[in-house]
Design a protein around this ligand. Structure first.
Ligand code: C2O
Length: 498
């Protein structure tokens, strides 16, 4: 793990996490990248050093700190061509931001092309030494971070459309098909102890059905926001989402499968010789693979059953469509061109980062590029987004930068929650007509914020839009963002500045 002030070199390396060697792009030479950890209130200064040279993958880079609000530091958010130009090889970029009011489970990943699918992804945990909710989850150990992700044998696998993942990795370990030689991740537990496990989906594409044979667990956090404790025996985690779960090691001493079964459309699903698995091992249990069976979930997570621990009331009038600003977002796939669209517009990265356009005086949707993809929002308003369903290649996990949002209505239910709706930063769309998802957030964070499908292959095909909050306020921000030449070094050698 690394602390809040660190160098983060981005390097090419050959790696065989599932037994098959391939070239990769990695943070600090590991997959997943090093855990970044700090405390609420810390100032993070992470110096990303681009040491890439393998041109069969992207050699530029840019890093997003997924879930952190970046209040006052929109420029440090990381999506290439939204807030900055790519960091070019042999250059570095200092991400300098504060985390004054968040604690929980986050992650970081490349936000340039499909680069995080090549390996540049890791977990990011913010601890709260004075956590007021500790009484709700008195645990013996909260050191476990469990990343789950899809792994591909082909570098930058975008040609011919989204590929199918070759394996599922828990903390960078997994098996390709039934090759029993590759190591699986083992979590060791002591009988009678309680563990807070931070489950992080670092997936490019699939969702995972997560369960631990023979054990229930209690959810206490979703996407960096505390929830009322809610006990389940299975949950479906979508790309980009996180959960903290409390596990009590209260079963017979032995070995148990930890399962993360991916959706079959984009992966090798199922269970065969340890694929899509890790191991829960009680101390003193024999060092051998589990023989436990998958049980049919009895109490799987339904998102509408998750409720916020604090900030209980959804802001604004408690009627659908009665926020200050109401925006329906209609998502579509244009099969003829193999492109996605948001309200009929396919997102194409602009030549000048949206933030630099705003700082250069472009403040209206007419002036901001890419044309039709940027929505401007006034400051201090309640925004309601109605996210219309899209069946094809779904459910699609929609992520908004710069905010947690209230999930007023989840997919798959008619239930509305105005009282204690869960807050999170990635929500899955519905897949059937009329099954809208409704979210609300407040425009308390000037700057352009990306909204996109977190299936990286879909983002690459234009499944995105930008919400530019308070453009005038963004221009007037104090402290001022880094100069143009830092956000876009050597930019003028290849482009003309507006
Ligand atoms: Cu993890 Cu733009 O997101």
């Amino acid at each position: 793990a690394i602390g809040p002030v660190a160098d983060l070199p981005i390097v090419n390396m050959d790696l065989a996490p599932d037994g098959t060697t391939r070239p990769t792009v990695l943070a600090a030479g590991t997959f997943p990248g090093p855990l970044i950890r700090g405390n609420k209130g810390d100032n993070f200064r992470i110096n990303v050093i681009n040491q890439l040279s393998d041109t069969q993958m992207d050699i530029d880079t840019s890093i997003h700190w997924h879930g952190l609000f970046q209040k006052g530091t929109n420029w440090a958010d990381g999506p290439a061509m939204v807030t900055q130009c790519p960091i070019i090889p042999d250059h570095s970029f200092l991400y300098d931001f504060n985390v004054p009011d968040q604690a929980g489970t986050f992650w970081y990943h490349s936000h340039l092309g499909l680069q995080y699918c090549d390996g540049l992804r890791g977990a990011f945990v913010v601890y709260d030494p004075n956590d007021p909710h500790k009484n709700l989850y008195d645990v013996d150990d909260e050191s476990t971070v469990l990343t789950i992700g899809d792994w591909y044998h082909v570098p930058s696998p975008q040609e011919g459309g989204p590929p199918s993942a070759d394996s599922t990795l828990f903390n960078g370990k997994g098996r390709f098909r039934d090759d029993p030689t590759a190591d699986l991740f083992v979590m060791n537990v002591e009988k009678g102890s309680r563990y807070r496990i931070r489950l992080v989906s670092i997936a490019c594409d699939p969702w995972f059905d997560f369960a631990i044979d023979g054990h229930n667990f209690t959810i206490i956090e979703a996407d960096g926001e505390s929830t009322q404790p809610h006990t389940v025996d299975a949950l479906r985690i979508f790309a980009g989402q996180r959960y903290s779960i409390v596990l009590t090691a209260d079963q017979d001493i032995g070995n148990y499968w930890i399962r993360g079964n991916p959706n079959p459309a984009s992966s090798i699903a199922g269970f065969d010789g340890g694929i899509n698995s890790a191991i829960l091992r009680y101390n003193t249990a024999p060092v051998e693979e589990p023989t436990t069976q998958l049980a049919t979930p009895q109490i799987p997570l339904r998102e509408q059953d998750l409720v916020a621990l604090t900030n209980p009331t959804v802001p604004g009038t408690h009627t659908l469509g009665a926020a200050d600003i109401n925006i329906p977002l209609n998502f579509a796939f244009d099969a003829a061109n193999a492109l996605f669209a948001v309200n009929n517009v396919t997102f194409v990265p602009p030549n000048v980062p949206v933030l630099l356009q705003i700082l250069s005086g472009a403040h209206t949707p007419q002036d901001l590029l890419p044309s039709g993809s940027v929505y401007t929002l006034e400051r201090n308003k309640v925004v309601e987004l109605t996210l219309l369903p899209l069946a094809l290649a779904g459910p699609h996990p929609i992520h908004l930068h710069g905010h947690s949002f209230y999930v007023v209505k989840s997919a798959g239910t008619t239930q509305l929650n105005w009282d204690n709706a869960v807050r999170r930063d990635v929500v899955a769309l519905g897949t059937t007509a009329g099954d809208n998802v409704v979210i609300r957030f407040e425009t308390d964070n000037p700057g352009p914020w990306f909204l996109h499908c977190h299936i990286d292959f879909h983002l690459e095909l234009g499944f995105a839009a930008v919400f530019a909050e308070d453009p005038e306020g963004t221009s007037a921000a104090n402290p001022v963002p880094p100069a143009w030449d830092e956000l876009c070094p050597l930019y003028e050698s290849s482009h003309s500045r507006p």
